[in-house]
Design a binder for this molecule. Structure first.
Ligand SMILES: Nc1ncnc2c1ncn2[C@@H]1O[C@H](COP(=O)(O)OP(=O)(O)O)[C@@H](O)[C@H]1O
Ligand SMILES: [Mg+2]
Length: 347
């Protein structure tokens, strides 16, 4: 009996297109003898569609190949395993995982808690602080009407103007700083500020994407990533390095600029790279991760200090994405990796 696998992609986030690319790769590489595949596209406005043409998923404007699913619960009920190939809000943040839990269906990847902690950069920080994993100094702000609320490390709140917020940042961290909406992905809404004026501008920009905003010290160093796989027995891949074509790994550098390069393995000493693998597993366990995640770090040039940046519970999954490439370097082929993830979901 083939496993009835629901491959869910697209989604209501800014990363809809990225998800379609990942899903295309996965679909092509899944063993059709093992799985009966049900591709499900979620449109940007949250409508669910079943896909008829399995050969080449391409989401066109007229959506010729798509049939709207009227009763989502009923449709999912007939499947054995669900594979959310979704990034960002409503896909990577625990919300859809909640739906799968209610349906009592096994699904690939992290559960509700790990997904939401991993998605919200403010809460990821709290957990990593608690786990004693070094991260860049940061300030947490919330947009409050036309003002801001500054939230300190004990969650005490103080209402501040934008100028006062900027003063707090300047007092606590050195420029350059990174300004991030707490719920971002693919670098959307993220900017690097070298001075107060830019900082002001980019805080106002970030608040278009989320009420919660993080401002972090910019770390000058290598940007590296480590993939983890497993439920209770978790393995870490070798470490890979990102060489962004831009000043940082912006949306453009990630998806549009071919001059961005990845390096596997990263140019690091064995010692640093082993430490990163350990920290990746530690971070994954700290958020209660299951299945898979890609854990991203910086290694500071001057000090060799390792800083954790973030954990991605549903990382990019095209054949050339870092997550599958890191395991490929370990001898686990893309299709084997898919089998393994589906097995872990059923565990
Ligand atoms: N503290 C930092 N120091 C240096 N570079 C940073 C820092 N934070 C983010 N960046 C750069 O911005 C990119 C996007 O930030 P990240 O937190 O990874 O957001 P996303 O979830 O959108 O990928 C990173 O890949 C990195 O290039
Ligand atoms: Mg990132």
């Amino acid at each position: 009996m083939k496993i009835k696998l629901g491959l869910i992609f697209g989604g209501m986030s800014t990363e809809n297109e990225v998800s379609v690319m990942s899903a295309n790769s996965i679909l092509k590489n899944l063993d059709k003898k093992k799985y009966e595949i049900f591709p499900i596209y979620i449109s940007k406005n949250g409508e669910w569609y079943q896909y008829n043409n399995l050969e080449n998923i391409e989401i066109s404007e007229d959506m010729d190949d798509l049939n709207k699913i009227e009763n989502i619960m009923k449709y999912l009920q007939k499947l054995d395993v669900l594979f959310p190939v979704l990034h960002g809000a409503y896909g990577e943040d625990g919300t859809i995982q909640g739906l799968f839990e209610i349906l009592k269906k096994p699904y690939v990847g992290c559960g509700v808690l790990a997904s939401s902690v991993g998605m919200d950069k403010a809460y990821t920080k709290v957990v990593f602080d608690k786990a004693n994993i070094c991260q860049a100094p940061y300030i947490y702000l919330k947009q409050y009407k036309d003002q801001y609320t500054y939230i300190d490390k004990e969650f005490n709140e103080k209402k501040v103007s934008l100028d006062e917020a900027v003063d707090i940042v300047e007092k606590e961290i050195d420029f350059p700083v990174f300004i991030k909406p707490a719920n971002s992905g693919s670098s959307v809404g993220i900017n690097k500020a070298k001075n107060k004026e830019e900082l002001k501008k980019y805080i106002e920009y970030a608040k278009r994407f989320d009420k919660k905003i993080l401002i972090e010290k910019g770390i000058l160093g290598q940007e590296v990533e480590c993939a983890v796989l497993g439920n209770d027995d978790v393995i870490a891949s070798c470490v890979g390095e990102i060489k962004p074509a831009d000043e940082f790994y912006s949306y453009d550098a990630k998806y549009q600029n071919e001059n961005s390069k990845t390096l596997i393995p990263a140019n690091l000493t064995q010692e640093v790279s082993n430490e990163i693998r350990k920290l990746a597993i530690k971070a994954f366990k700290a958020i209660d991760g299951k299945g898979l995640s890609r854990v991203d770090f910086f290694v500071e040039d001057k000090t060799n200090q390792i800083y954790i940046n973030e954990i991605n519970t549903l990382p990019g999954f095209t054949k050339i994405s870092m997550y599958p490439k890191l395991f490929e370097a370990e001898g686990i082929q893309y299709n084997e990796l898919l089998d393994k993830l589906i097995e872990l979901a059923q565990e």
